[in-house]
Design a protein around this ligand. Structure first.
Ligand code: LMR
Length: 341
């Protein structure tokens, strides 16, 4: 009898202890309240860019709505992790959010090449429609074996060519030049199709690489060109919009699943706020950046005519057949549908 009473007492104490979460009531993962935590968001671009503005909006929302229980630390300009190590550190949960250019993940899944498909999307809305759609979501979910998931696509915009050798207004003009790319088979194939060389270089090292002539040129959005002052070390820019920089916010699934309902609700709503701001700001910031580049007057600018764009489009058409098997006919179809083609 005494033994049974003792066992019951023990069991009761255990239940009470478990219900308290053992880690401080409302601040513990087992409690119902918002958990106290610090979340790190690392990225490689400057502060006056759509990605950073989205991250800031996310931070402000989460810190306000959690009454300061959650702190979001943003690390721009590769100040915490760069292109080379941010993914590995997300996998290890040393950082909880990163928002890389999707073409940097082609090593994990070649379908991340979509933003590099030449002249596929004309604007942010088309790219957003693809990534928000069924195929896009499937691709963003394809890293789950690494414990990583893409939660939301954030656009930057169309890319344009800069170089320090000559004005480029036709496909032949690239012959013999060497360009830096964000990486990936499709971007590499684009340059080789045009008789040029290419090399993948981390974003944080690009200014120096251009300055020292490691490569002659690069392709990027106005916002990245302007905020990183690539025009200081380049002499020509061709407005092309031939490929894109698009991001997704990726998180570590172990971290994501560790949040209780109240905490996750705030973090998810903060992410939604960030998505809204990043999507709203992308076009405006790129337009503003283009104006600033023109005002600075450091590069000679070529704006391609529709006929010249057609020439580039025709020259790059073989890329589609070359990668159809690897990327998938279904992905091409979904992208074309999102682009209204
Ligand atoms: C680049 O490496 O050029 C860009 O993808 C950087 C970025 O994150 O926008």
């Amino acid at each position: 009898m005494k033994k049974v009473t003792l066992s019951l007492l023990l069991l009761f104490s255990l239940i009470v202890l478990t219900a308290c979460g053992g880690s401080g009531g409302s601040s513990g993962a087992g409690g119902d309240g918002v958990q106290e935590m610090t979340i790190k968001f690392s990225h490689v671009v400057a502060e006056n860019t759509p990605k950073h503005q989205g991250a800031l909006a996310m931070k402000e929302y989460i810190e306000r709505e959690s009454d300061g229980a959650i702190t979001v630390e943003i690390y721009p300009n590769s100040s915490l992790f760069g292109d080379q190590d941010e993914y590995q550190n997300l996998v290890s949960n040393n950082v909880q959010f990163i928002a890389p250019d999707l073409t940097k993940f082609v090593g994990n899944n070649p379908q991340f090449n979509v933003p590099a498909l030449p002249f596929m999307f004309e604007n942010d809305d088309e790219a957003i429609a693809f990534w928000d759609g069924e195929k896009g979501q499937e691709i963003l979910g394809s890293l789950k074996d690494d414990g990583v998931v893409g939660l939301s696509m954030w656009p930057n915009g169309g890319k344009h060519l800069t170089n320090n050798k000559r004005a480029i207004d036709s496909p032949d003009d690239l012959e013999g030049l060497k360009f830096r790319t964000q990486g990936g088979q499709v971007l590499e194939a684009i340059y080789s199709e045009l008789g040029a060389g290419s090399e993948s270089i981390p974003f944080g090292e690009l200014y120096t690489a251009l300055d020292q002539g490691v490569v002659d040129g690069q392709e990027n959005t106005f916002s990245n060109i302007e905020s990183r002052k690539f025009d200081e070390v380049q002499t020509h820019m061709t407005v092309m919009n031939h490929t894109r920089v698009d991001y997704a916010v990726f998180t570590n699934t172990e971290f994501w699943d560790s949040m209780n309902a109240a905490t996750k609700e705030i973090v998810q709503a903060g992410l939604d706020e960030g998505t809204k701001v990043a999507r709203e700001e992308a076009k405006t910031l790129n337009e503003k950046a283009y104006e600033t580049i023109k005002e600075r007057g450091l590069v000679e600018i070529v704006e391609l005519t529709p006929e010249q764009i057609e020439e580039f489009r025709a020259a790059l058409e073989p890329i589609y057949a070359e990668f159809e098997e690897e990327i998938g006919t279904d992905v091409y179809e979904a992208a074309r549908e999102a682009a209204g083609q």
